[in-house]
Design a protein around this ligand. Structure first.
Ligand SMILES: *[C@@H]1O[C@H](CO)[C@@H](O)[C@H](O)[C@H]1NC(C)=O
Ligand SMILES: *[C@@H]1O[C@H](CO)[C@@H](O)[C@H](O)[C@H]1NC(C)=O
Ligand SMILES: *[C@@H]1O[C@H](CO)[C@@H](O)[C@H](O)[C@H]1NC(C)=O
Length: 501
């Protein structure tokens, strides 16, 4: 309900005057017109206490330029004043005036009014009359005081043409007493309360009608980031293909799981400070499985399981260093090791595992690289798997993503052999682009874990950010992730559906 005092005042006024206009009243009482309208609307909702009619009137208002002229005078008058008794060079006059387009108007109006003249050869402008009467300023002043009787139609048209005044439509209400007019309005209740029921006071109360046409309040809810939407699509594809999700809730790994277990030598450039974030606190970890670590040490330093290894001095201090994981393959290594422990003395149980989570690299940031991003990874372990199985797996996976034409290119990874980069034909770029990496995990990685020699493990991985950026038409990764992103983008981004899926 609007201001109760104002409503009462309006009713008292009505009882005295029978009729008034809301806008006139707002000027008379110096009360904001919107407040008066609010009070009228409240009265309208109470039945026939008042009778109201909408009233639209036209009013002339000064434009900004018009308002300025009321203070400073018309442009032509300003020109005449600037010139002074001695006259002034035309270019200097224009400069002194400031605003070039206003100066031009002022100059030509002053010329046609015959207030000034110009010497064609010297370009010196001089006053032609000793005094001027700035009629434009005078008229604008009258209009600003709503003193319209002394402004004729032709003058109004002229001022409108110069865009110094404009017509605005003012909406107001004309109010009269209604058939059920009363000075005593009781506030209508909007809700019945427990107290009203207990005291029985509800019987005397007036209740406001429900407004079934009112818009509901939009429910508060969260909004999924595009990365999460695309991640969900990839997750669905893996689940459809019978994969189980790996627990990836561990951003910090020991170098052991992140590198050594994957047969990445301790001098490998990927382990440099330039590439990997090392933790300062806690700097090292203590829970590396000791006998497994000994086997990993052996395969690195002296060679074992039929491999000659890298032949270098493997250091335990290096393996214990904590890092922000540089790939989710660290998680895959943990899972494969766990699989090996489970099959001790029992038949090997095949596994299809996937993960989609965040990894960290000390990258130079640019439009397509961040220091943290998401990796999608799939791993299959079974007896007697071949490279053909891996190619078939990747083809099926990407078919579900909507990518049909694939090519494989041999490459090198420390922990897979053979290894293949995956390329797809980009229909709009008209070229082959790399979309993922893959390979068969090396025996130097699987055998020290304790997996049976006839078990192979296949792996493939891709990024989450690039497909998301393509899907949502974002070309700078900083518009997708980070503290500067537009939250409206997150609110409004559409659902993600990967084609052919
Ligand atoms: C106005 O008063 C009459 C008589 O008291 C009543 O019948 C009618 O319902 C009232 N109208 C409204 C809209 O309250
Ligand atoms: C409409 O409103 C104006 C004030 O804006 C008022 O002067 C005029 O009398 C009103 N018209 C009627 C018919 O009440
Ligand atoms: C990241 O690499 C740069 C050199 O490229 C190095 O100066 C910096 O110390 C590294 N940052 C961390 C946190 O390791």
């Amino acid at each position: 309900m609007a201001d109760k005092k104002l409503i009462e005042d309006i009713l008292v006024l009505l009882s005295e005057r029978c009729r008034f206009n809301s806008l006139s009243l707002s000027i008379e009482l110096s009360i904001d017109h919107q407040k008066i309208v609010g009070a009228i609307k409240s009265l309208q909702s109470l039945g026939d206490i008042i009778k109201s009619e909408q009233n639209e009137t036209k009013r002339l208002d000064l434009t900004r330029e018009g308002q300025q002229m009321v203070e400073k005078g018309s442009h032509e008058a300003v020109v005449w004043k600037l010139i002074g008794e001695e006259g002034m060079d035309q270019s200097k006059l224009m400069k002194e005036f400031g605003d070039p387009s206003a100066a031009k108007v002022g100059f030509s109006k002053a010329m046609s009014q015959k207030w000034i003249e110009i010497d064609k050869t010297s370009k010196v402008v001089k006053r032609k009359v000793e005094a001027i009467e700035d009629e434009v300023q005078l008229l604008l002043h009258r209009i600003s005081r709503m003193d319209l009787n002394e402004v004729n139609e032709q003058q109004k048209q002229e001022l409108k043409k110069r865009k110094l005044i404009q017509e605005v439509i003012v909406k107001s209400y004309d109010i009269e007493k209604g058939v059920n007019f009363t000075l005593n309005v009781e506030k209508q209740e909007t809700d019945i309360t427990g107290e009203m029921i207990a005291k029985g006071s509800w019987k005397e109360k007036q209740f406001k009608d429900y407004n079934f046409d009112a818009m509901g309040i939009p429910p508060e809810r969260g909004h999924l980031h595009p990365l999460l939407k695309v991640r969900e699509q990839f997750r669905q594809i893996f689940l459809e293909m019978g994969f189980t999700e790996m627990p990836t809730n561990r951003f910090i790994e020991s170098s052991f799981w992140n590198f050594d277990a994957l047969f990445v030598p301790q001098k490998h450039p990927a382990r440099d400070l330039q590439d990997t974030f090392y933790l300062s606190d806690p700097q090292t970890c203590n829970d590396v499985p000791v006998d497994y670590m000994e086997r990993v040490k052996a395969v690195h330093s002296t060679g074992d399981f039929g491999s000659q290894g890298y032949q270098y001095d493997w250091k335990i201090e290096e393996t214990k260093k904590n890092v922000l994981r540089t790939h989710t393959t660290a998680v895959s290594a943990r899972m494969l090791y766990q699989l090996a422990q489970q099959c001790k003395g029992q038949a090997f149980k095949p596994a299809k595992l996937f993960s989609i989570d965040r990894v960290f690299r000390n990258e130079t940031l640019d439009a397509t690289h961040l220091a943290e991003f998401h990796q999608i990874e799939g791993v299959v372990a079974d007896v007697g798997l071949t490279l053909g199985d891996l190619m078939g797996l990747i083809k099926e996976f990407f078919l579900k993503v909507g990518v049909k034409r694939l090519r494989f290119k041999p490459t090198y990874n420390p922990y897979t052999e053979p290894s293949m980069e995956v390329y797809s034909y980009h229909e709009s770029l008209k070229k082959w682009v790399e979309i993922g990496n893959s390979g068969v995990f090396r025996p130097e990685m699987l055998l020290p874990m304790g997996l049976p020699p006839n078990v192979n493990a296949l792996g493939f991985g891709l990024g989450l950010e690039r497909p998301t950026m393509i899907k949502y038409g974002i070309d700078n990764i900083r518009d997708l992730c980070g503290h500067k992103i537009d939250l409206q983008m997150v609110y409004e981004n559409p659902v993600c559906i990967l084609e052919n899926h």
